[in-house]
Design a protein around this ligand. Structure first.
Ligand code: DAH
Length: 351
């Protein structure tokens, strides 16, 4: 083959070249422009052509070199754009990157489950402010002015703003019972509502107590609401939350805003009533307080106790969570260590 024929053959090879991987592209570059490449070889031959022909062949070979480079660029562009063609996959044996996915906080999961149980039997969800005035947190709920719950040791008082708030007595709410007052002040029965929220008490932080925690308050006011309905509602709640085997019992107690009042115990789900450290070997664990709304509270909130009666209950979300997840130290809920929180992803953790 003469020089022209060999140039034409390389030209044809350049035109038909394809490459879908970086390896193939590099092989093509080496084949044409590498030290022993076809184009490089032809350029070398230029030395041997007669002087008077050098210019013509020089131009011809430069065109060939340009064509090879252009083809290389085209193939590279095509590879970058192609979304359907085979892609470079890298090392398929490398461990994959795990997507870190967030999850609900365990307290949120339990709060939601509590809310769901009551929402299914017709309760609405209501909320109130966390910075609350004395009237809603204590006064309307029948706490006498000298009641120990108002004590500095329990309540975080907030610098009063006497102009905005009549008395200037502001505090971080110590319970979600304050929302009962707001709901009753805001409308007439029938009222059926639960109020989940954060509450604050001036307690030393330990494995068993924290200065912030969560409660869910329940309130039902209508004509002829009875204590039997309260008991039935709470039994339904305990069984929905913990399983149909659990039993509840009510012990007489005292709260300023309910009369009569009771403490609700549930058969210990950890030892099934046989006795363990969690139930202090009694077979029962306390899960909430409850009672019939004191007629004085109804009156304070603008509801006629001659026509209406109601019941109320209040539970700690951390307490319920502890019985489900068996987390031994309350502080874990607040430290937000992802190694702890990850265990609750996708509801995987069952305790
Ligand atoms: N507010 C009470 C507390 O924080 C809990 C409570 C007890 C709420 C009895 C109620 C109730 O509605 O009837 O300890």
């Amino acid at each position: 083959m003469n020089l022209e024929e060999r140039i034409a053959a390389v030209e044809a090879r350049i035109k038909e070249a394809t490459a879908t991987t970086t390896e193939a592209l590099e092989a093509f570059r080496v084949e044409m422009l590498g030290r022993n490449g076809k184009v490089t070889g032809l350029l070398d031959e230029l030395k041997q052509v007669p002087v008077e022909e050098k210019r013509v062949w020089g131009q011809r070979l430069n065109q060939l070199k340009t064509a090879a480079k252009q083809r290389l660029d085209e193939l590279q562009d095509g590879m970058a754009k192609s979304s359907t063609g085979p892609q470079e996959t890298g090392d398929a044996t490398r461990p994959s990157l795990t997507e870190a996915s967030g999850s609900l906080h365990p307290i949120s999961i339990i709060r939601q489950r509590i809310v769901d149980v009551f929402a299914r039997i017709g309760y609405t969800v209501s909320q109130g402010p966390e910075v609350e005035d004395d009237h809603h947190n204590f006064g309307a709920l029948n706490f006498p002015p000298d009641h120990p719950a108002r004590d500095m040791q329990d309540t975080f008082f907030v610098e009063g703003d006497a102009q905005r708030n009549g008395s200037g007595d502001l505090a971080l709410r110590t319970h979600t019972s304050s929302v009962q007052v707001r709901v009753m002040e805001g409308g007439q029965p029938p009222i059926r509502t639960i109020s989940p929220g954060r509450v604050y008490r001036n307690e030393a932080i330990s494995a068993r107590a924290h200065c912030m925690f969560h409660q869910v308050e329940g309130l039902y006011v209508d004509k002829g609401v009875s204590f039997a309905e309260l008991k039935g509602t709470l039994d339904h709640f305990a069984k929905s939350m913990f399983g149909t085997d659990v039993k509840i019992r009510l012990r007489p107690s005292y709260f300023p805003f309910t009369e009569p009042s009771a403490e609700v115990d549930m058969s210990c789900t950890i030892c099934a009533g046989k006795g363990c450290a969690v139930c202090k070997h009694s077979g029962w664990v306390e899960i909430m307080g409850c009672g019939m709304v004191d007629p004085a509270v109804l009156t304070n909130c603008g509801i006629d106790p001659g026509t209406y009666s109601g019941f109320a209950f209040g539970m700690g979300v951390e307490r319920i969570a502890q019985l489900i997840y068996r987390v031994p130290d309350l502080r874990l809920y607040w430290e937000n260590d992802v190694r702890f929180l990850d265990q609750f992803a996708d509801g995987a953790f069952r305790g």
